[in-house]
Design a protein around this ligand. Structure first.
Ligand SMILES: Cc1ncc(COP(=O)(O)O)c(N)n1
Length: 264
């Protein structure tokens, strides 16, 4: 079975991070591998604390999975520190699709990447990415520009490609308006996909989207198709949450929910 590997932080609440990624990989039918970078004490409401693993432990996990599995894609999420960003950029094998979700601050407002590490992300990891998946504040932090329109999203995407990424999906969830437009920017141009804006907040949707993208790429789907499939997967998970809790409900194609009763 083809595997996908998430390099990210643990969310004790199971809604984001490693846990959301594993549920997503399982739902899409790839074997989930994990390289844990940090442990967070977190629920649907808040991140109460976070503890980084030593970079050596991150490097050892990457080596262990690479020595034994057929890995179809990597996905990075919470990396925390400059040291871990650099270690991941150095130790990732060449030639395997890489999705970089440049996680910086949680929906609940907790910093998940040191401010000083943003530059290292741009300098060392983004140039290795097949696709980078910033939300609007993350795209603003990576480019230094304000994003107020769809044209600005496309421009930010192009600037992130100038940093060395092959493609970028700028996620429009933090924008204004009734719907949400996400924009893929690659060498060939842009693709916009729009959908509903749900009238409730969940966390983990960015993790779930990037993990779904990695899972579809691992299964050999071309990027534009993987973008559409991942968008529809996360839309389904947000719809299934239906305002009952602050977490996504990650649903497999057969319709079984992987999330238990939890949250508020
Ligand atoms: C371990 C971990 N990784 C990533 C996120 C970001 O998710 P969100 O922005 O949806 O809170 C998170 N809250 N926790």
């Amino acid at each position: 079975m083809i595997a996908a590997c998430s390099i990210a932080g643990s969310d004790s609440g199971g809604g984001a991070g490693i846990q959301a990624d594993l549920k997503t990989f399982t739902a899409i039918g790839v074997w989930g591998l994990t390289v844990v970078t940090a442990v967070t004490a977190q629920n649907t409401r808040e991140v109460r604390g976070s503890w980084m693993l030593p970079a050596e432990a991150v490097a050892a996990q990457i080596a262990a999975v690479c020595d034994d599995f057929s890995i179809g894609a990597f996905k990075t999420g919470m990396l925390g520190t400059r040291e871990i960003v650099r270690t991941v950029a150095e130790r990732l094998p060449e030639g395997i699709p890489l999705v970089v979700d440049p996680v910086m601050i949680s929906t609940s407002g907790h910093r998940l990447l040191d401010e000083a590490a943003v530059l290292d992300l741009a300098r060392f990891l983004i140039p290795r990415a097949d696709v980078v998946t910033p939300n609007i504040p993350e795209a603003e932090a990576l480019t230094g520009m304000a994003i107020l329109s769809l044209d600005d999203m496309a421009e930010a995407g192009r600037r992130i490609i100038d940093l060395g990424a092959a493609a970028v999906v700028v996620k429009g969830g933090h924008g204004a308006g009734d719907g949400v437009t996400d924009m893929l920017v690659d060498a060939a141009g842009t693709v916009r996909l729009s959908g509903r804006r749900y009238p409730y907040a969940v966390h983990g949707s960015g993790c779930c989207f990037a993990a779904a993208l990695a899972a579809y790429l691992a299964r050999g789907m071309p990027l534009r198709e993987a973008f559409a499939s991942a968008r529809s997967f996360v839309d389904g998970a947000i719809a299934a949450a239906a305002g009952e809790s602050g977490s996504l409900r990650i649903v497999n194609p057969g319709g079984t929910s992987f999330a238990g009763e939890h949250g508020r």
